[in-house]
Design a protein around this ligand. Structure first.
Ligand code: ZN
Length: 600
């Protein structure tokens, strides 16, 4: 049971937490001012200290060297008493174990910090073994240059020991470099220590500066987490040291670790500035869901591929307005874009399709061409079209289409309709002509297919048809003006007076998702669509469900997911504030918001 640590915000694996000492501390933070070490049992017999509310007391511990055999660990294992004050336990990354502490110090940190793969392994192992609502502490390893990555990986507390030591050794640390003090003609910092004239600046001043720089970097990290933008910073900042770049890539390769911890949607824009942007969870998750969950239901129309626009959603842009006037509902519009891949028209508002900002140079890198080609190829393997009309400009777009067209696994013919610029009169005329004789779809089809596609994306393959009926067998009605669609059941006797049946869901235009009503949630659990379920104790939740009330939760629940909340006394629907695994292992914090609840 964690009494003294609570996670308030999450940005991937990074967290903004609160260490509830008598003076609460917002983490990630420096632990030096309040860390009280009761000492190692290898050195002396020690009694459990009295502890106090103002300190995080490290209970007496025994650390083991790397490679210690399990039997040896067992026979020297330390009993961790239940204490009434904030406590930390010392464990190591080879055999971390949950002993009921508020925080865990990884004793072997100096062995793995500095090595990308070892660092990733150690953190992932520790996080898997330790409850989500406990703080992870690394001592003796933080510098202004590595602390952002430590926090990005999920470290909550560090100390200034190494930064101070480096200073006394004449090493001047900044967020992007470490300099020999004697090599510096000017001090690239304006902290109080650096106000000392250069010639009078001593190693003691240098140590003070290093600690200041570490503290400043932690402030930056906390601000970035609050804004949901730590990743944008890391993509650039880790360039300044090889092991940081390596570690950052190791975490990208450990897809599950970051994916579980990354919200489905948020306000933060994805800034696409480096090739690593293509490896971000948000980008890969979108590409993955578009090619494994989404299904095209405009089966009477050809596919029309168009370039993305800077304005989002795309349909609000001038160029897409012109494409639309030429297409006239006779084609299924899918936008091609880096770094997202392909965006079917139904998902143009879905996070992050209208929440990214690319550096537009007109030049596509080989990585981008490869990525978008792969997504388009997988999209066409899954969805059948009679024709593909590629209304795309030269440069990258055309090359991608030609590459996919040449793939033996893709057997649909491509036609190209751009003559110069896609919005030139000639190009638009060609597009219009190519669609002569194709049938138009109706507004109702468009609206129904949009909410079905959102259900596919949110819940899983086939969910749109399971929930709302497939094309031709819809048992819903939609009202409202796109993108503010409302979904209703088609039983005219079921709803309140004056309403067309019972309301099931509302489209949330800001994130391109669905929010369900109680009737919608009931239809959802009764359907074949994959359910995301949170099981709770016998109580009726109002406003939110706290983690201690959660009995069980599906593993695949992510922050931002729609969830059904069920217990002996209540049936409710809401939006997850934690991942499923975190709900189950946490003893503090809001597990899910509750939108509607029925007492049962
Ligand atoms: Zn300074």
């Amino acid at each position: 049971m964690t009494e003294y640590f609570e996670v308030h915000e999450r940005d991937g694996a990074a967290r903004l937490g609160e260490l509830r000492l008598s003076d609460p501390v917002t983490t990630p933070a420096l632990a030096d001012p309040f860390l009280a070490d009761a000492g190692s049992l290898w050195a002396a017999e020690r009694t459990v200290p009295d502890g106090d509310e103002g300190a995080l007391t490290v209970l007496p511990h025994r650390a083991f060297p790397a490679g210690t055999r399990d039997e040896v660990r067992e026979s020297f294992a330390v009993d961790h008493p239940a204490v009434e004050f904030p406590s930390a336990a010392v464990v190591d990354s080879e055999a971390p174990r949950d002993v009921g502490a508020d925080a865990y110090v990884l004793a072997d940190a100096s062995g793995f910090v500095g090595h990308g793969e070892a660092f990733k392994e150690a953190i992932v192992t520790a996080k898997d073994a330790l409850p989500a609502d406990t703080a992870l502490v690394l001592s003796g390893v933080a510098t202004p240059r590595n602390v952002a990555l430590l926090a990005y990986a999920g470290v909550d507390l560090v100390d200034a020991t190494l930064a101070r030591t480096k200073g006394t050794q004449g090493m001047y640390c900044t967020a992007d470099a470490e300099h020999f003090l004697e090599d510096l003609e000017e001090l690239p910092c304006a902290c109080p220590a650096c106000a000392t004239p250069r010639e009078a600046f001593t190693r003691a001043d240098c140590a003070d500066h290093n600690v200041n720089a570490l503290r400043a970097e932690l402030r930056r990290v906390r601000e970035r987490i609050r804004a949901g933008r730590l990743r944008d910073y890391i993509e650039g900042q880790t360039r300044h040291e090889q092991w940081l770049t390596a570690a950052f890539r190791e975490f990208d390769d450990q897809w599950g670790y970051l994916e579980e911890r990354t919200p489905l949607m948020r306000d933060a824009e994805v800034t696409a500035a480096t090739s690593e942007t293509l490896d971000r969870v948000e980008i890969r998750r979108f590409a993955d869901r578009v090619t494994s969950r989404y299904q095209n239901r405009f089966t009477d129309q050809p596919l029309v591929l168009v370039p993305c626009s800077a304005t989002k959603p795309y349909s609000d842009s001038q160029s897409h307005g012109q494409f639309h006037d030429a297409i006239q509902w006779r084609g299924h519009t899918v936008s091609m874009t880096s770094p997202i891949g392909v965006v079917p028209q139904e998902l143009e508002t879905t996070y992050p399709a209208q929440h990214y900002d690319a550096v537009v140079t007109g030049d596509w890198s080989e990585d981008e061409i490869g990525f978008v080609s792969e997504v388009l190829r997988r999209y066409l393997e899954r969805n059948d079209y009679s024709r593909v009309i590629a209304h795309v400009p030269e440069d990258g777009y055309r090359e991608i289409c030609e590459r996919v067209e040449a793939d033996p696994a893709v057997d649909v013919p491509f036609e190209y309709t751009c003559v110069g610029h896609p919005t030139s009169d000639e190009s638009l005329g060609e597009l219009n002509a190519a669609l002569q004789g194709e049938p138009a779809y109706s507004k109702r089809e468009r609206e129904h297919n949009t909410v079905r596609a959102l259900a596919d994306y949110l819940l899983g393959d086939g969910a749109g048809n399971d929930l709302f009926g497939g094309p031709g067998e819809a048992d819903i009605r939609t009202t409202g003006r796109y993108p503010k669609l409302q979904v209703w059941g088609d039983d005219p006797d079921a709803g309140r007076e004056g309403e067309p049946g019972e309301q099931l869901a509302t489209m949330v235009p800001q994130y391109g998702t669905l929010s369900f009503t109680i009737d919608g949630a009931r239809r959802w659990v009764e359907s074949d669509a994959p359910t995301k379920r949170v099981e709770i104790d016998p109580f009726v939740p109002h406003g939110s469900v706290l983690a201690p009330g959660v009995v069980d939760a599906d593993d695949d629940i992510r922050v931002g997911d729609e969830v059904v909340i069920e217990g002996p006394k209540a049936f409710a629907v809401g939006r997850a504030e934690m991942s499923g695994p975190e709900m189950v292992s946490s003893t503090r914090g809001v597990a899910s918001e509750v939108r509607h609840v029925d007492e049962t």
